[in-house]
Write a protein that binds this ligand. Structure first.
Ligand SMILES: NC(=O)c1ccc[n+]([C@@H]2O[C@H](COP(=O)([O-])OP(=O)(O)OC[C@H]3O[C@@H](n4cnc5c(N)ncnc54)[C@H](OP(=O)(O)O)[C@@H]3O)[C@@H](O)[C@H]2O)c1
Ligand SMILES: [Zn+2]
Ligand SMILES: [Zn+2]
Length: 352
């Protein structure tokens, strides 16, 4: 084991502070990665504050971060795909059993023995895994992605969660030219959803509670913007959407969006608010509409998404911050005051 620098939370009510954590030395299939940038996902905040206690209680200390880009510094003896110096990325998964039907289908995110990048069971050291708010991480090469060379690293980091979480359901539900697609919430996930919907050729409509984000939504690739608190504006779109991606992190009325779907339309929830959302049976059954969920994406699809971003020059709009500003960033995230993802420059950890 070796000591790595990190930022961790000691409890659900503690701020994140500088700390030392133990990492394993790379085993034969592992690479050690110097972390260069790590995005701040709203899931980091939910987990640090134990808001998902009923589903996945947080074990403290918690080192969040699953939007990681960095450089390989060491490679185990059996590593074949990667070598020191390679620019790489790690998302929300660092391991799975590799044998179950989900793993064999390339859907490791649904593996019953999935190991999440943080707050997952650490098979090597015991306890839980520690994420990307750190200067380094050690990961099995099978869970390490390649970053296309043309992408800016600070802007590429959020692709590892916000990117794949929006790309995967859009591909699954056939978002393409000729489809009318809604994106609810213009945050980290939402703004990536807009970019992908646009790149896939769909007619994209953004639903936002923040009137001040209207111009940005259009600049990011939306064809239309609706301020969701305005009932008249919402009404105009009744029964017209093929697909809606709901990225909202807080409690809200999803029936207002179900009513905007056409026959056989689907709304997919990727947002994970603390409390359950109520679904109206009538809103669903009137037009055979459906509600689904989606969880990040498998390793192969994450690489496909990164390559798609390389080919279309898609990255996240980021505000780069030093790790010392992370607590302030969480408060701003709660106020929807970030355009549109914080990306932490991990060089800032060197001074700790
Ligand atoms: N399923 C998955 O695999 C997965 C992966 C990553 C994240 N998530 C979850 O997805 C959610 C979004 O994550 P994120 O990082 O994109 O968060 P974020 O950057 O904070 O964006 C969430 C957006 O939701 C809207 N919003 C916030 N509070 C609202 C409210 N009370 N009513 C209506 N709209 C509200 C805001 O958009 P406007 O200002 O435009 O209204 C806000 O920008 C979180 O719950 C996160 O845990 C799920
Ligand atoms: Zn995330
Ligand atoms: Zn499995």
């Amino acid at each position: 084991m070796y000591n790595a620098k990190a930022y961790s939370a000691a409890s659900a009510t503690s701020p994140l502070t500088s700390s030392k954590i133990e990492r394993r030395h790379p085993t034969q299939h592992d690479v050690q990665i110097e972390i260069l940038f790590c995005g701040i996902c709203h899931s980091d905040l939910h987990q640090v504050r134990n808001e998902w206690r009923d589903v996945m209680p947080t074990v403290y200390p918690c080192v969040p971060g699953h939007e990681i880009v960095g450089r390989v510094t060491k490679a185990g003896s059996a590593v074949t795909k990667l070598k020191p110096g390679d620019l790489v990325a790690v998302g929300c998964l660092v391991d799975s059993d590799r044998t179950c039907p989900e793993c064999r289908a390339g859907l490791e995110q649904f593996c019953p023995n999935l190991v999440l990048t943080y707050n997952g069971p650490d098979k090597h050291l015991g306890g839980v895994t520690y994420g990307g708010y750190s200067d380094s991480i050690v990961v099995d090469e099978r869970f390490v992605l390649r970053v296309p060379a043309n992408l800016d690293l600070a802007r590429a980091a959020p692709l590892l969660c916000a990117g794949i979480t929006t790309y995967s359901p859009m591909r699954h539900w056939g978002v393409t030219k000729g489809k009318k697609v809604g994106v609810v919430g213009l945050g980290g996930l939402g703004h990536m959803g807009v970019k992908f919907g646009h790149a896939l050729g769909a007619h994209v409509v953004v639903f936002t509670t923040s009137p001040g984000k209207k111009d940005d939504a259009l600049r990011l690739g939306a064809d239309d913007v609706v301020v969701s608190r305005n009932a008249d504006e919402m009404q105009k779109h009744t029964g017209s959407f093929d697909f809606i991606l709901d990225t909202v992190s807080a409690h809200h009325d999803i029936n207002a969006y179900i009513n905007l779907l056409r026959r056989d339309g689907n709304i997919t929830l990727v947002g994970a608010p603390e409390k359950a959302l109520g679904v109206s049976s009538f809103a669903l059954l009137m037009r055979r509409r459906s509600v689904s969920g989606s969880l990040i994406g498998g390793i192969a699809e994450t690489q496909e998404m990164l390559d798609f971003c390389g080919a279309h020059n898609i990255t996240s709009d980021v505000e780069v911050i030093p790790i010392q500003k992370v607590n302030e960033a969480y408060e701003r995230l709660l106020k929807s005051d970030v355009k549109y993802r914080f990306s932490v420059d991990m060089a800032s950890l060197k001074s700790e």
